[in-house]
Design a protein around this ligand. Sequence first.
Ligand SMILES: N[C@@H](CCC(=O)N[C@@H](CS)C(=O)NCC(=O)O)C(=O)O
Length: 213
Amino acid sequence: MIKLHGFALSNYYNKVKLVLLEYGIAFEEVLDKLPLGEPLLAQSPAGKVPFLETEHGCLSESAVIVEYLNARFPERGIFAADPWQAAKERELIAFVETYLELEARELYSEAFFGGKLSDEVKATAQARLRRYIASFKRLAKFAPYVAGERFGAADAATFVSLPLVAMTTQRIYGEDYVAAAGIDWKAYVKLVGERPAAQRVNAERKAYIEANS
Ligand SMILES: N[C@@H](CCC(=O)N[C@@H](CS)C(=O)NCC(=O)O)C(=O)O
């Protein structure tokens, strides 16, 4: 059986877990905390979570893992059957992961972990985040799901990242830039959060935090 390695606080881990649960793919969770040491570095070469353990070997990088699951279980509909719609879903994932998550991540140390960042780092990230959140707003549909009427892989990415981007800008700049851009992310997160798979992801994330604080 497929094994998902990582821990329930990681949003990349939770994105893959949400896909596995939503599409009824059997899996086991294996708790691996950071930093990954030997022998796990042989399985996740960059020392990051999540990684997937399969009968063929291990696979890292959450976006690649989702693509592998889509290719291995094509009947599950992780991406839309229509090639254009599927490409639009992938476009959204690229926006969320490259422009939003990675940019906000530069600020997580101060936003969530008690670190201190330089004004220069904050100013650089601020300009980029404003620009990229506006870009994402132009692309996202929220009708009601991020790529349109159906829940899909783009929602798994958006659901785990968008709240963190909003909370990060609120903490670092004193303003929720996602809401300020006209994105009602709380309503979206509530909608997706009502899905049984998302409820389980959230409950287990909360339990992990409680057990480790
Ligand atoms: N591009 C990777 C990023 C994964 C990632 O950064 N995971 C974090 C936990 S949320 C991690 O493992 N950080 C440890 C590190 O960067 O050394 C993916 O999509 O899987």
